[in-house]
Design a protein around this ligand. Structure first.
Ligand SMILES: *Cc1c(COP(=O)(O)O)cnc(C)c1O
Length: 411
């Protein structure tokens, strides 16, 4: 970054500090990852100079011959990676992809069903503070109070009562695998559109560690920067029959000029995800999550839904007498970065919570395996059991830094 260093020392310095911070801390945020240098090079490329409103070969601006080739490459790779009939790679973010999907299939005021935010759903799935809850009529489904898993009979009953026009599956804080076929059957029975938001686990789907909804869903939305390990951004996939509706909703419906530098980086990300190594990566993410979950459970933490089948663990801290907020803060001081999260039917307010969400995609990218996960599990437990012990937190911090130094994020 020699040019940046010369031009803007302030931003350069802060970026150096951030790099060092990312290197020295254990990142257990389930939605984060480390994009490759190749992805970052494409993101930082000359395509940031281009306007390309429209789609390949149908642009409203001149001079897009190479931009077209790049976007076509991204589309073709996305379709291959997920077995989708059509892909729109222009959405700027997961939230924008969901807005576009709603715009394509719903009218203002239409009723739709999504998982309750407090049960693991996303803001854009009907939260009252989000467009989805303000402009549409959400009727949430929940996880079962006892098993903390989706109960497809309950969801079916609720769908039959409510008759939503669209049903969303795919969440932000749900540790189990979704039965997409069951959702298809429910949607067929009530005549609803099936939308799968695979933002969190798209990388697992791409790597064959999680079933694909491509056979079942009418719309698939996903971010590209979570388990998929690409640039910040998103895309929408659908059967060929819905292609026009989706494309029109993204542009000119919701967005102006696409971020072609991000689209180039998405193409690179899809190429990486198509390699055999990515399969091994996806499998290792899940293995790591299972080992970490077992270690935490062995030390008396309660796993929401009893286990994990994905990259993500939701722990109930109640047995340790500490809140999510306190645990997140104490762990941060020890160099372990996580986020507090509501557990299903959480008695505490969302700003405090009883839970902690942990994920293994970023640490797995660093090359950490089962042995490191066990070790990290023990460190987490130590901190959670002694959140006010400054000396202990300092000791754990030294240990996390030592561990991090053996697994550099960028070699
Ligand atoms: C992360 C996420 C989104 C939103 O993605 P942004 O890029 O942050 O807008 C949408 N849906 C689900 C299920 C997510 O996990």
């Amino acid at each position: 970054m020699s040019y940046l260093k010369q031009t803007d020392g302030a931003v350069y310095e802060l970026l150096q500090k951030e790099l060092e911070y990312q290197q020295k801390t254990l990142r257990l945020i389930a939605s984060e990852n480390y994009a490759s240098r190749a992805v970052m090079e494409a993101t930082g490329s000359v395509l940031t100079n281009k306007y390309a409103e429209g789609y390949p070969k149908k642009r409203y601006y001149a001079g897009n011959q190479y931009v077209d080739e790049i976007e076509i490459l991204a589309i073709e790779r996305a379709k291959k990676l997920f077995g989708a009939g059509h892909a729109n790679v222009q959405p700027h973010a997961g939230a924008s992809a969901n807005i576009a999907a709603f715009y394509a299939f719903l009218e203002i005021g239409d009723k739709f069903m999504g998982l309750d935010l407090a049960n693991g759903g996303h803001l854009t799935h009907g939260s009252p503070v989000n467009f989805s809850g303000k402009w549409f009529r959400p009727c949430a489904y929940t996880v079962d109070r006892k098993t903390e898993a989706l109960d497809y009979n309950q969801i079916r009953k609720r769908a039959l009562e409510e008759k939503p026009k669209l049903i969303i599956c795919g969440y932000t804080a749900y540790p189990l695998i979704i039965d997409f076929k069951a959702f298809r059957e429910i949607c067929d029975e009530v005549g609803a559109i099936m939308m799968a938001d695979i933002s969190h686990f798209a990388g697992l789907v791409a790597g064959g560690a999680y079933p694909s909804p491509a056979k079942y869903a009418d719309i698939i939305t996903t971010t590209t920067h979570k388990t998929l390990r690409g640039p910040r951004g998103a895309m929408i996939m659908c059967p060929e029959a819905n292609a026009q509706k989706i494309d029109k909703a993204v542009f000119p419906g919701m967005q102006g000029g696409p971020l072609e530098h991000c689209i180039a980086a998405k193409a690179v990300c899809f190429h990486e995800a198509l390699q055999p190594e990515f399969k091994a990566y996806a499998a290792q993410i899940v293995k790591n999550a299972k080992v970490l979950a077992d270690e935490l459970a062995a030390h008396g933490l309660r796993l929401v839904a009893g286990k994990t089948e994905t990259h993500l663990i939701l722990v109930d801290l109640t047995p340790k007498g500490i809140t999510g907020k306190e645990a997140q803060l104490a762990l941060e001081e020890a160099g372990i970065i996580s986020n507090r999260n509501a557990i299903p039917y959480d008695p505490r307010p969302p700003f405090v919570t009883s839970g902690l969400r942990l994920g293994t995609p970023a640490l797995t990218t660093r090359g950490m395996k089962e042995g490191e996960m066990k070790h990290i599990g023990q460190l987490i437990v130590k901190v959670i059991e002694n959140p006010n012990d400054s000396e202990l937190k300092l000791r754990v911090r030294k240990e996390t830094e030592e561990l991090c130094s053996r697994f550099p994020i960028y070699k």
